[in-house]
Design a binder for this molecule. Structure first.
Ligand code: DC
Length: 231
């Protein structure tokens, strides 16, 4: 049987993690585990059930009511396909609010470890993408990558995505949204996004000036250098 391993990809909002994780999974015939979907999914569930996301104990009460299923490119929340809905601005904004609650994080970290290990033990290359994957969820991952890009580049990328759904978004509004969410991700007490990724042993890749293709090539090179894959 093939030997499975984990690639952890962390980094700030709109740094290209999702796109790169999906494409890597296709190139390597591996599986992609998008962990932000859990935080977004919980926010969506709270929005749909009028739960105040600032009220931690109400949010924690919802954890036992939700299940996630990952199937190919689709994500199911309680057996409903929410793949598209999770990309809307409201669950996106809510995700960083529920993501500061330690009990939420502990619960999701457990779920992510189970899903990732199951896939790895089945012999798959598992690309796990989030904020705390290389620090908390899979600190022993075969490659711990920190993908980043300048704020301006990230705002441009996110604006293009939001505009498809709602034309009232402007560059300035997206930039402000990105700064606010980066701050929440980096300053939360439990499992923050690394502010000093090099010091924590991540391989840092700034893709501000790189195409998707170049980013994929760079990651493939890293995997070859580590003898994780061969020509
Ligand atoms: O990657 P994303 O934008 O879909 O993540 C949504 C939010 O969830 C983001 O504010 C950070 C949070 N998140 C997290 O705290 N830990 C993860 N492993 C993944 C996402």
């Amino acid at each position: 049987m093939k030997k499975g391993f984990i690639i952890a990809i962390d980094g700030p909002l709109a740094s290209g993690k999702g796109t790169i994780a999906k494409r890597l999974a296709a190139v390597l015939q591996g599986v992609d585990l998008y962990t932000g979907a859990m935080y977004r999914g919980l926010a969506l569930f709270c929005l749909e059930h009028s739960i105040d996301m600032e009220n931690a104990s109400s949010v924690i009460d919802q954890l036992s009511k939700i299940t996630f299923k990952y199937q190919k490119d689709k994500i199911f929340l309680n057996d409903t396909d929410v793949t598209q809905k999770l990309q809307e601005p409201e669950p996106a904004a809510g995700s960083s609010v529920v993501g500061v609650i330690p009990e939420v994080r502990q619960d999701f970290v457990k779920r992510q470890r189970i899903l990732g290990l199951e896939q790895m033990e089945a012999g798959n290359i598992v690309i796990v993408e989030g904020r705390d994957i290389g620090t908390v969820v899979f600190p022993d991952a075969a490659l711990r990558l920190y993908l980043t890009a300048s704020e301006e580049v990230r705002a441009k990328r996110r604006l293009a995505q939001y505009k498809e759904q709602d034309s009232s978004w402007t560059f300035e509004k997206v930039l402000e949204d990105i700064r606010e969410r980066d701050t929440r991700d980096k300053e939360r007490k439990t499992d923050p996004l690394a502010s000093n990724p090099e010091k924590l042993g991540y391989t840092v890749l700034d893709n501000s000036e790189m195409s998707e293709e170049q980013t994929i090539d760079a990651v493939i090179r890293m995997l070859k250098e580590r003898n994780l894959i061969h020509d």
